[in-house]
Design a protein around this ligand. Structure first.
Ligand SMILES: [Zn+2]
Length: 378
C-alpha cells in the first residue's frame, strides 16, 4: 500500500487474514469482522485485549475507524444486539461512530508471531517452538502415468486444480520415463493400441503433492486432461507432521535464573494489575520456559512433556495447578489473563502500521475484570 492512500477496511482485513489466518482458529472460536463496512477507508486503529465501554470511548475520542481486539465480543450465538444489553450497547456505539470491530483470537494465538511469541519475547526466550503444535494440512502425493508427449497437458491441468504447491513454490512436480504395458479388451476404446493386442508405451511417471481437500478437484482435472480412457494413477496419503504454528511456546532463557528471580522479572515486565503468583521453590534453577498467553490450564501437561522448568500463563485454577505440582511438573507462574496477552497488542499495532500503513495505537489500561486488589498487610 502506498504511503499516501488511506486503505479500505477490506485491505486491512486482507493483511490481518494473512498474518492471523482464520483457519488457525480453534473450532469453537469466533474470529474476523464483527461490524463495519469493508468498503470504508480506515486511517486509524486501536488495539486492545477486550472491547469494553472505555475502549470504545477512547476509539471515538481518537477518531479510530477500527478496533482490533483479541477477545471476541460475541463468542456464542446471540439473538439480539439491542442497545439496552451490555454487548448490544457496544455494537450500537461502534456502528453509530463508524468504527469497525475485528477479532483475532485463537488464530492470533497459533500464528507466528502470535500472542505467546509476544509474551516469550518479554523474557528473551530463544529457539521457541509451539507447546501444542498444529499439524500440517493433510497432503496427498499423486503419481500419474502419462504417455510421452502428454505429460505437460496433464500436469498443467492438475496445477490449475491446485496441485503442486509447496510452501512459497507452485507448479512443483517430478517425473521419470519408463515403460507402461496394457492390453485393450473387447469393449475398450483405447487412445493408443488395438483391441486384444498387448501394447508397450513409453510413459512418464509424474509426481506432485496436493492438499487432501483438493482430491476430488485434482482427480477431475487429471481425468479430463489425460488422453487414456483409464488413466493409471496412485494417490498416497502422506504421513502428518507438525507445523511450527500452534498454541503456547517453549524455549530457553538467554541466562538461567532462579524461579524467584523469574517471578520478580515477570512482575516487572508484565506489570499486571494484580501481581504474579507462583508455585514451587524460589531457588529452583530455570533454563527452559514454557509460556501461554491467557488461560493456560489446558497446556499444563504439554509444558511438562516439553521439559519446561517453569510455565508462565494466566488464570490457573487451584486443582489443575495442585495436581500438576504434585505430579512433579514445572514451576507454575500465574501472571493474570490480561497481563499475559497484553504484550501482543504492541505487536499487532506495529503490524497494522507497517503492513497496512495506518496509525495504530494500543489501549494500555488493564481491561482485567478484577479491578480491586488488596494483598496481605494492605
Ligand atoms: Zn484470552
Amino acid at each position: 500500500m502506498s504511503e499516501n492512500t488511506v486503505p479500505t477496511l477490506a485491505q486491512i482485513i486482507d493483511v490481518l487474514d494473512e498474518v492471523y489466518p482464520r483457519r488457525l482458529a480453534e473450532s469453537w472460536d469466533s474470529v474476523g469482522l464483527v461490524c463495519g463496512d469493508p468498503a470504508e477507508p480506515v486511517a486509524r486503529a486501536l488495539v486492545c485485549v477486550d472491547v469494553t465501554d472505555r475502549v470504545v470511548g477512547r476509539a471515538i475520542a481518537d477518531g479510530a475507524g477500527l478496533i482490533l481486539a483479541h477477545h471476541p465480543l460475541l463468542l456464542r450465538g446471540v439473538d439480539s444486539v439491542a442497545a439496552d444489553t451490555p454487548k448490544g450497547r457496544i455494537i450500537h456505539r461502534l456502528i453509530r461512530a463508524g468504527i469497525a470491530l475485528f477479532t483475532a483470537h485463537t488464530n492470533a494465538d497459533s500464528a507466528r508471531p502470535g500472542v505467546s511469541d509476544a509474551l516469550a519475547a518479554e523474557f528473551g526466550l530463544l529457539d521457541t517452538v509451539p507447546l501444542s503444535p498444529q499439524p500440517l494440512r493433510p497432503m496427498d502425493k499423486w503419481v500419474v502415468m502419462v504417455p510421452e508427449g502428454s505429460s505437460d497437458q496433464v500436469s498443467e491441468a492438475m496445477f490449475a486444480a491446485g496441485a503442486g504447491a509447496i510452501g512459497e513454490y507452485r507448479d512443483c512436480s517430478w517425473s521419470v520415463v519408463g515403460v507402461g504395458q496394457f492390453e485393450p479388451q473387447a469393449a475398450a476404446n483405447p487412445a493408443i493400441g488395438t483391441i486384444g493386442k498387448r501394447e508397450r508405451v513409453d510413459e512418464a511417471r509424474v509426481e506432485m503433492v496436493a492438499e487432501r481437500g483438493l482430491r476430488r478437484k485434482v482427480l477431475a482435472a487429471l481425468r479430463a486432461a489425460h488422453p487414456y480412457e483409464e488413466p493409471a494413477f496412485d494417490i498416497l496419503e502422506l504421513a502428518g507432521t507438525d507445523s511450527d504454528l500452534g498454541l503456547g511456546r517453549v524455549g530457553h532463557l538467554p541466562h538461567p535464573m532462579t524461579a524467584g528471580e523469574f517471578v520478580a522479572l515477570a512482575q516487572r515486565k508484565l506489570n499486571g494489575p494484580w501481581g504474579v503468583r507462583a508455585t514451587g521453590d524460589p531457588a529452583t534453577m530455570i533454563t527452559t520456559v514454557a509460556v501461554c498467553g491467557g488461560a493456560g490450564d489446558s497446556l499444563l501437561g504439554a509444558a511438562k512433556a516439553a521439559g519446561a522448568d517453569l510455565y508462565l500463563t494466566g488464570d490457573l485454577r487451584h486443582h489443575p495447578a495442585d495436581e500438576a505440582m504434585r505430579g512433579g511438573g514445572p514451576v507454575l507462574v500465574d501472571a493474570g489473563h490480561w497481563a499475559t496477552e497484553f504484550p501482543w497488542c504492541a505487536y499487532a499495532a506495529e503490524l497494522l502500521h507497517e503492513r497496512a500503513g495506518i496509525v495504530a495505537e494500543v489501549f494500555a489500561q488493564p481491561t482485567d475484570p478484577f479491578a480491586i486488589h488488596c494483598g496481605p498487610g494492605q
